[in-house]
Each structure stands twice: as C-alpha cells, then as structure tokens.
Design a protein around this ligand. Sequence first.
Ligand code: ADP
Length: 813
Amino acid sequence: MHDEEKKVLAQDVEQEKDAAAQPPAQAAEKTPAGDEAAEAKRINLVLPLLPLRGLTVFPDMMLHFDVGREKSVAALEEAMLGNQLIFLCAQKDMQVEAPRPEDIEQVGTVARVKQLLKLPGLTIRVLVEGLYRARSVEYVRQEPYYEALVEKEPAQQATTPLVEAYMRNVAQAFASFAKINGKISSETIATISSVNDPGQFADLIAANVLTKQEDKQAILEKFDPAARLELLLSMIQREIEVAEIEKQINARVKKQIDEVQREYYLNEQLKAIQKELGDKDISEEADEYKEKIEKAGLSAEAREKALKELDRLRKMSPGTPETSVIRTYLDWIVELPWQVETTDNQDLSRAEEILNEDHYGLDKVKERVLEYLSIRQLTGSMKGPILCFVGPPGVGKTSIAKSIARALDRKFVRMSLGGVRDEAEIRGHRRTYIGAIPGRIISSIKTVGTRNPVFLLDEIDKMASDFRGDPASAMLEVLDPEQNFDFRDHYMEMAFDLSDVMFIATANSLDTIPQPLMDRMEIIRIAGYTQQEKHAIARRFLIPKQLAEHGLKKSNLLISDEALDLVIDGYTREAGVRSLERQIAALCRKAARRVAQEGKKRLSVTPRTLEQYLGVQQYFRLPPEKHLAPGIATGLAWTQLGGETLSIEVAVLPGSGRLELTGQLGDVMKESARAGMTLVRAHARDWGIDPDFYKDKDLHIHIPEGAIPKDGPSAGITMATAIVSALTGIPVRGDVAMTGEITLRGRVLPIGGLKEKSLAAHRAGMQTVLIPVDNEKDLEEVPQNVRGAVKFVLVSAFSQVLKHALAHMPKAK
Ligand code: ADP
C-alpha cells in the first residue's frame, strides 16, 4: 500500500473518534454515477454478507471499522473482487464469535467498500459508505463466507405533509437534544438541517442521537420514512429525558465536587493565613511533637501511646476541635518529668543543721526525721513507711517537710487533700469527659518538674468519701510502694512511676484516717508550743522573717519582750504559731506604713503602745477563781486544735431520776457520764449523799460549747467530780484541772494527749493537774517549764480525785 493511502486512512481513523457518523456529502459525489443507476434498477442482488458487532451503518453514511474474523475477511475479499458491494448486517448478540444466519438481523445496509488497510495481524481496517437498506431473503452460501440474496428497499415516494410535519418535530427535538447534550458539533447540525430527503434526514439524526444498538436497528428496519420519523421522534424525546436527568446528576455531582474543592481551597487558605500569622501547620507541629517525644525519655508504653496520638493528629485538618484535645494530651505527656530527677544530698549532718536552722525546739521530731532519713539512706529505697506529722495547725508540720526537701536537695510540692471527696481529683477524669484533665498527683508532678520531689499530702485526715468514689483507696495506691511504680491516672491512661517520690503527710488528728492508710504511715506527733516556746519562735524566726517580708530593718521596729508576751497571750489563742505569725505580720504592716509615710526610723512596741498597732486586746487571761460554783469542774480535752480546758456543769433538779446530757457529747462521752452516775450512786453514803437521791432528783450534765472536744472517755473523772459537787454542794477548786477515764468501781484509767492537755492547763493558769497514774511515763514529754509551774498529781482511784479537787471532803453518811 502507498504511503499516501496510509495517511488518508490514518486520518479516517482519527475522524472516527470524533463522530460516529459523518454526512457522506463528498463520498456520494465520488460514487460513479453509472454504477449507482444500475444498482437502483436491480431489486434483488446476491452479495457477500458481513455481520457487524455493536455497530450500525446507515445509508448515506461513511464509517470505518476493523474486521478480524476469517469469514468476514473472506466476505470482504469477495466484495473487492466484485463490485465492492457488501451487505452489512448487525449481529443480534455482539458477544457471539461465530454467528449462524439466525443470529444475524435480517435488515441491514448495502455498502460500498471504499478503502482497506491491513493492520498488524489478521485485522483489516475498512472504510465503507452506506448505500441503501436491504433485507436478506436467503443465505445462498455459508462457506467460506456468507452470501445472501438481498431485497433492496423500495424507492421513496414524494414527501407528504404528514412526513413534513414529522420532520419539523424531529428537527425541533433534535435541536433541543443538541442543546442539552452539547456534544454535537455545529457543522453536523448545519449539514443535517440542509438534508431534504425525509429518510436520509431521519437516518442522520438517528446516527447522531441514538446510543443503543437495538434502537438503531429498529430505525433501520423502518423502510417507510413516515414510520421511521415517528419512531425516531419518540426515541429522541426519551433521549432528551435521559440527557436531562443525566445533566441534573452531573450538576449534582459537580456541586459536590465543587464543595469538596471549596473546602480544600479554604483549608489551604487557612493554612496560608496561619502560616502568615506564625502558626504552624499540622505537619510542622507534629514534627515538633515527634522531636519532643523522642527527647522526653518516655516509657515504652507512653511513647507508643504518644506516637499513636501523633499519628491521629497528622491525619486531621487544622480546624477540627479534636486537634486541640490531642494537643493538650500530647503536651501533658511530653511535659511530665519522665527522666528529670535531682540527686539526693546524702549529708545527714547538713540535714540536721538545716532542720535546726529552720525550726526552734521540736527536738524529738527532728530526731525522728533524721532517723528516718538515715534508714532510707542505708536501705537505699523509698519503700519504708511514709512520714505523717500529726498536730494542731501552725505547729510547723509543713515547714518541717519543706526543710526535709531542702536538706535532700529535692524539689518540694504540696497538695492539700482537705475536702477532697472525689476520686477523680486524685486520679483524673477519663479523656472521654469534655475538658478532662489529669488528677492532682500528676498535675503536681508536672508542676514541680522532677520525678522525685518531696510531695506533701496536706490534711490527709480531711479527705472524705462519697458516691463519687473513695479518694482514700486511690491514695493508698499512691502510697503503696508495691503499686506506685505503676500509677495510672485516668486521663493519662499510662503508668507513671511514683516510687522515687518522697511522700510526707500531715494531719490534725488520726481519728478519721482509714486504718489501711494509717498502716502505711509512721506517725510523728507535734503537740503545740508553750508560751516560752512561742516567744522564742517569734524572736528567732517569725519576727525576722516578717520584718524582711515587709522591707523593714531590724532597727526600724523594736518589740519588747513584754509586748511580745502580750501578743501571744492577748491576741492569739492557739497551740501553734500561725495566728501569732499573722499578728506579727500585722504589726510589721502598720510599722512599715509609719516608716514610709511619717519618716519614722525607730518604732518601739511596748505593752502600752501595742494597742495602737493591733487594736484592743482580744483574750484576757484571768487567774482562775479560787472556787467554782458547786457542780462545775474543769477537765482537759484534746481537740484538733490542740489541748483545751473544758468546763463541765451539772445541775440537780427535782424530778424522777432522769439523767440528761447536753452539749456536743459523743456516744463515748455519754457512756462515761452514765458510768460516773452509777459510781456515785454506789458510793453515795461514803460521800455524804442520800443514796435515794435519784428517786426524786433529775441530773443535767452539760458541756458548754466553745472548744468541741473529740469524743472520748477522758472526761470521765471530771463528770463524776461535777456530779458529786452538785449533789453535796461542795465546790471544786478553781485551779485544779483533771483528765482520766473512770470505771464503775472507781478506778482511773490512762488517757492520750497528755502533752497537749498540760499545755492547755498551763495556759489557763492551773496550779494542779490530776492525771491517771498510768500516764506517769508521758510526763517526760511535757516541757520543763510547764512541769515547773504546774503540780501533776497521779491518781489511781476516784476518791483521790475528790480529795484533791473538792474544796473539802464530804462527811460520810
Ligand atoms: P502546719 O503545717 O503545722 O499547719 P506550718 O508549717 O505552716 O504549720 O507553720 C506555720 C508557721 O509557723 C510557719 O511560718 C513556720 O515556719 C512557723 N513555725 C512553726 N513551728 C516552728 C518552729 N518550731 N520553729 C520555727 N518556725 C516555726
């Protein structure tokens, strides 16, 4: 084949892509006029038949297609040997490889083969021009190709008005179809509209509009132009409908795509803005987190979790709220001191110095602390019990813990457990809660920034438990060395090792601490200070500290010893030195103002001028009365605030032997009141009391509110003494205070808190204190100066109590 020919054919192949059918304007012209005239006359012809797969060739149309099947190639060759005419018929099912005559439609198109091009392999590309419709009447040959006797379509009649009307309708429908479809070229439209022959007009439109093979075949089978136009009209209308729906679908899809694109575009814009503003985009941020995670020295578990969260973060778009949740979580993880720790200072002499430097007195406490530190150093672990300082407020519990931290070169962190009732406060909320954060243990560790601080659990006795869980059990886990290396906060959801933390607890009283917690603690009591001790603490620590805090020089403010004593006695009433410190601060404040405002250089505070600074005196210490009214006795109680004197009143009224108890009495106190009553009845005669007194008398025991003592039996002898005094009318001595539990037989049993009670008796100016004989050993804890000023009488039987307490002994009846 010539090169030029090849070129022409290649162009044709190109054309096929653009349009399925081209008007055969020029092709028709090329056809030799003589042949055409001859064929028009022939009604029946025998022609080689070529079955088409998925293709319909209409008359007056040029088309090319590839032929590969042997039989088809043979038919083509036969056609080329003859007049180049071939009968093209569609196969009913395009899947069939070797169609039999019954698989082939009867109606087809007789066409002229215009060009052949051999392609690699057996394939031949063929260009044909459709000439006219025909029907196969009979297959005259089946091998090596099909040959059929065909019947040509009848000649066209003149155009009728009906046909013309159809043509117009079809033209209109085609125009609207072209508009909706938008793919039909204006050239094609122009060519079609110039065609006058109704049949050709219908065929051209059908070839351009119809997509389905069977529709095209149906049009082909309509030999009558009117019927063909009618069918075509309904088909175009359907195509229009479909095209319209298609268009709608496309619009919808496009809209969705547009939205996605819009979002993408906006996000990109947002990123750009964030970048301009100095914010990092997520991937940059994630890289930073990655670096932090690698640096923080996380545990394997924490690292894995952190990386997983980081992965989630990376996949998020920047605006999502979830990103900030993840960010917060990652911040918590990387900011925890996984590896940051301080090295303990092992110098115990230095520790001793520091404790002494920071605190006056408290020798026993310091000793216990140093012992504790020594043991810890020798065993090299934190597994021992934790220290718990127990005592009234302001006695230096916190401050000793701080000194321990200083001595060890550890950081110090304090967490108050007062009023904590929700376990989540200790262990955090799960992250599924909105705004969840870790519990206070983890928060404190993060704040302090090392994994081995001295951790003060303040007021561990003030923890409560309710429906939200038991904080005490969470605390137990924190303090248990077998568990606390694996402490799991609900928010963090990963283990943090607390085993190197040095926990120290404080409490005002031990009553409310659950036993399991108590078992983990080594209790060190701090009782409270005497007047002298407070004086010394104020001189050496509180005054210098407050002067410095208020920017005063030592020479600016001189507080005389007498004035200081008056501050202690007249302006504070407490076991510790907290209010004392506050009053000294008030003094310094006033002084600072006078120094700054009035230019005073030296202010001196004496008992006389003290009122100018602190206002009127609030407490007066009156010397105890010589004798109290009959029925009143002074006891000693031990409260959370330290020791207190306690005045117990008994009234005798006409009645029928009822015993009434009022005041803040606990159950144990009530029982010890009843025991006292029974004792008195049993010994009534000995103490000059009518043994039948209970028959016509009621007794009313009252403990005035004021100091609310803790419930306990130690007011036993005081209540019994008040009962005897009330029944005999013999007053109790005003300078005698007493404490002791009583039995029905009149024995006096030991009590707790002797030191605190002694201090209270001393503060109240008592001369004599009656204590159970079994408490003798505790006397050594009582400060020397208190022992010098107060006479302690050891009693073992109630009669001894009466002997020392009553103004005189009653005569037996
Ligand atoms: P607590 O924790 O027992 O309630 P703090 O430790 O807060 O009491 O003590 C209150 C104030 O009293 C602190 O300023 C503390 O330094 C001071 N303080 C208490 N006891 C002493 C003491 N023995 N020596 C020096 N200062 C003391």
